[in-house]
Design a protein around this ligand. Sequence first.
Ligand code: ADP
Ligand code: ASP
Ligand code: MG
Length: 424
Amino acid sequence: MARIVMKFGGTSVANLERIYNVARHVKREVDAGHEVAVVVSAMSGKTNELVGWVENMPKVAGSNAPFYDAREYDAVVASGEQVTSGLLAIALQSMNINARSWQGWQIPIKTDNAHGAARILDIDGADIIRRMGEGQVAVIAGFQGLGPDNRMATLGRGGSDTSAVAIAAAVKADRCDIYTDVDGVYTTDPRIEPKARRLKKIAFEEMLEMASLGAKVLQVRSVELAMVHKVRTFVRSSFEDPDAPGMGDLLNPPGTLICDEDEIVEQEVVTGIAYAKDEAQISLRRLADRPGVSAAIFGPLAEAHINVDMIVQNISEDGSKTDMTFTVPSGDVDKALKVLSDNKEKVGYDVVQSESGLVKVSVIGIGMRSHAGVAASAFRALAEKGINIKAITTSEIKISILIDGPYAELAVRTLHSAYGLDKS
Ligand code: ADP
Ligand code: ASP
Ligand code: MG
């Protein structure tokens, strides 16, 4: 007997028929004698609809009220998961399975105060463990918790993955299965590159990079938690027949295991390609080349909660003036330009230029640590396709390249084949 946390994403619970199918996956594990907690997302499209309602609320003419109260945003958007948790509990009960729904505040899943992007601080798993021991399935609304202000808090988009891994850690589950609309983690997004291959295993560090660099199959924070708490996490499909052979395999279920790098026997140099759309580039021209200039730029941007990513500074020719280029999410460009213009005197630049609609394509692999020439192959492959590189950043296990938006898919496919990741 094992203790298993099963998480089902939006497309897996998109309608009543799929919720019923999810219940069959849960029934399989219950019938095998396992203790089960389930975490659900909202029906696909629901969270977008709820966010849209909040953002498009008409304002009284001339009102300078804040855009919206983040606590009320959370009250609205958390409702999608409340619905699916109740519906799945009903579906399970109709199969004579003892089940009940749990909202984040009932457990409680305690979070910090960052409404809309809260972090889980603590989960008291005692009640759930006791009830699982009595044979009850806990159906938990993902994406939500309770803030220190006693208000509902949500965990940021894609946050149900994080709910699931955090619950798995809290109840000391043997496994956390993230069921989604693909049957595992692929060498790149299979929607962009049909030749992408499913990985049997991927190291935590690589998955962390893949997720941070745009592969939204798992929320970044869920991978961090799985790594820190050593949660055995599988990504697998909810669309396969719940009772097909091997689906209930305890040690080797179908899908991709996220694990320590020493568990991976045949480590490739490059494991995957990720991409992130909607990047923007801002360049400050003819900056004074003196100590403190970077702090004068990036300090105020950080205070304005603008997430700066790639930073490139030229070496100045004469030691007096230089150029600085960096990227921010496209949605933050106007805010960033305002911050820069407010600080123009302090920073001391001549002109500022910006360009939106760019894409960051990244090559990821732990094997890069011990191999030379990985970056050169990427540059060569992109050059052969006439794709211009606007900025480059590297770390020990990744290379990120900024390019024009329309080339995104071509660049992903080109790099995918340049590193031999295509299906053989
Ligand atoms: P869920 O609603 O189940 O949380 P998501 O849409 O958040 O599902 O994540 C699954 C999607 O992630 C897939 O449909 C796929 O298009 C996308 N994806 C991006 N990169 C990858 C990758 N490397 N491997 C698998 N899926 C990926
Ligand atoms: N429903 C939330 C979202 O769409 C959380 C999740 O699906 O993980 O972002
Ligand atoms: Mg998701």
